[in-house]
Design a protein around this ligand. Structure first.
Ligand SMILES: Cc1cc2nc3c(=O)[nH]c(=O)nc-3n(C[C@H](O)[C@H](O)[C@H](O)COP(=O)(O)O)c2cc1C
Length: 205
């Protein structure tokens, strides 16, 4: 789809067709394109929990403020950011080592820089997790639309409750939920609300 059309046609779809499933193959395709999103040092400090089963949905529903779309959409993604995704255990550092011809000093320098830039305060850790996983989230919604799949992002949710219920690690944070599925066109979406444009939000300095 042309970029302009893709962005225009992506909507936060409130109503999903309960009878239309999203295949695991299509979900994989969406995720495998979306992970081309950029991240600091290419650290990809994120993971996705795809909530699909009735049992897991029932657990999710009250933690998503009982928003019906969580039950209607065939899949709801919990986008998780890792506040400590810059640490030594990230396999990306080894990949980086390969890509710089085994230059250990260079990679150690990068590790130190990342630990300082992203890990020197709780505020920075949260920024690191949320900015990177936020980019993944948009990438997921755009990739989904390209594959003909509708989406809905949600942060009107119980972050702590989700963290606990889905067994996240201490260093992890729920960033948002994204419903994926197919718009139930028997129901009306509100017209798209206007956006503030370049002249209103941008300054050239
Ligand atoms: C981070 C984020 C959180 C949101 N949380 C919710 C939510 O909890 N419930 C909801 O109905 N809509 C939620 N929305 C959807 C917005 O209301 C919607 O994106 C906005 O009104 C623009 O509509 P559009 O995406 O169709 O252009 C959220 C959107 C974003 C980006």
């Amino acid at each position: 789809m042309e970029t302009n059309i893709l962005f225009n046609e992506r909507r936060s779809v409130n109503f999903f067709d309960k009878d239309k499933n999203l295949s695991d193959e299509l979900l994989k395709d969406i995720v495998n394109v979306a992970v081309l999103a950029p991240s600091g040092f290419n650290l990809q400090p994120w993971r996705i929990i795809a909530v699909q089963s009735e049992t897991s949905k029932q657990m999710l529903f009250p933690l998503a403020n009982k928003q019906e779309k969580v039950m209607d959409a065939p899949v709801v993604l919990i986008v998780v950011g890792d506040k400590e995704g810059y640490n030594n255990s990230n396999p990306v550092w080894n990949e980086m080592l390969q890509s710089v011809g085994g230059n250990v000093q260079m990679v150690e320098g990068a590790k130190q820089a990342a630990a300082y830039l992203y890990g020197s305060s709780e505020e920075r850790k949260i920024k690191f997790a949320e900015s990177n996983a936020g980019l993944l989230s948009m990438s997921l919604m755009i990739a989904a639309k390209e594959f003909g799949v509708d989406s809905h992002p949600m942060s009107g949710i119980d972050f702590d409750g989700l963290h606990k219920a889905f067994g996240l690690k201490e260093s992890e944070a729920v960033v948002m939920l994204i419903c994926l599925g197919y718009y139930d066109s028997t129901k009306q979406l509100y017209p798209r609300r206007p956006r503030r444009s370049f002249g209103e939000i941008a300054t050239i300095v």
